[in-house]
Design a binder for this molecule. Structure first.
Ligand code: B16
Ligand code: MG
Length: 214
């Protein structure tokens, strides 16, 4: 792989550093079953990297029933409570293979690293994974007004670590995240699901492949 010599790296969280995507699915499934709304993994696929309320709107496309703002807020809260309860079981053992090694290698090289996540639970998850102090900056769903594919979260993260966007890698598992990185003028690196996205500049087979890019 071509060495890019980036000056910084912004990591997406869910789907890149931890597989909370399955837990999101179960939370939404619990809500959909409660409401009698059809929901499956194909629909769930469209929720990657998308904010909680936008995810709910996608799920509600499958029903003709109109919900009030208050009802929608209650549904989002219900899903989040199911999801947050499931996060209690997360431990550092849930880090995918290679993640501790990559983070240690980046630290050794002194490369600034940040989290750019749409999740309002990102700090809770980082704590459970034993990564609360690992990143130089954490920008999450509490700090942004627009969710991916808007570039806001990644531009804020690049600013926070003091690296020009063009010199920053963005590691993402969601197509919405790859598009956000492209719009931000950053270098989009795909892993997992996002490797099918034509806009990705690099495709990682495993997270360890990042070492070959720096
Ligand atoms: P929350 P990421 C995203 O995290 C998830 O991919 C997406 O499925 C979720 O809806 C979103 O966070 C909001 O999460 O309900 O916890 O605020 O991939 O951007 O790290
Ligand atoms: Mg993700």
């Amino acid at each position: 792989m071509e060495r890019l010599k980036p000056q910084g790296i912004v990591f997406d969280l869910d789907g890149v550093l931890v597989s909370t995507d399955e837990l999101h699915y179960r939370g939404w499934k619990a809500l959909a079953d409660r409401e009698g709304i059809p929901f499956d993994r194909t629909i769930n696929h469209r929720l990657r990297g998308v904010s909680r309320m936008e995810s709910l709107d996608i799920i509600l496309e499958a029903t003709k029933k109109a919900y009030t703002v208050a009802e929608k807020a209650e549904m989002a809260t219900f899903k989040n409570s199911v999801y947050v309860r499931s996060l209690e079981a997360i431990t550092p053992k849930d880090l995918p293979p290679g993640v501790p090694e990559v983070l240690a290698a980046l630290k050794t090289r002194g490369l600034p690293i940040a989290i750019g996540s749409s999740s309002k639970n990102a700090r809770l998850i980082l704590g459970r994974l034993g990564l609360a102090e690992t990143f130089d900056a954490v920008v999450d769903g509490n700090e942004i007004t627009k969710s991916k594919p808007d570039p806001e979260v990644f531009l804020k993260a690049a600013l926070r670590i003091g690296v020009a966007p063009a010199l920053c890698l963005v590691v993402e598992d969601a197509v919405a995240g790859i598009r956000a990185a492209v719009t931000a003028g950053m270098i989009p690196v795909a892993i997992g699901d996002a490797t099918h996205c034509p806009e990705a500049r690099y495709r990682l087979t495993t997270i360890l492949d990042i070492i070959d890019l720096i």
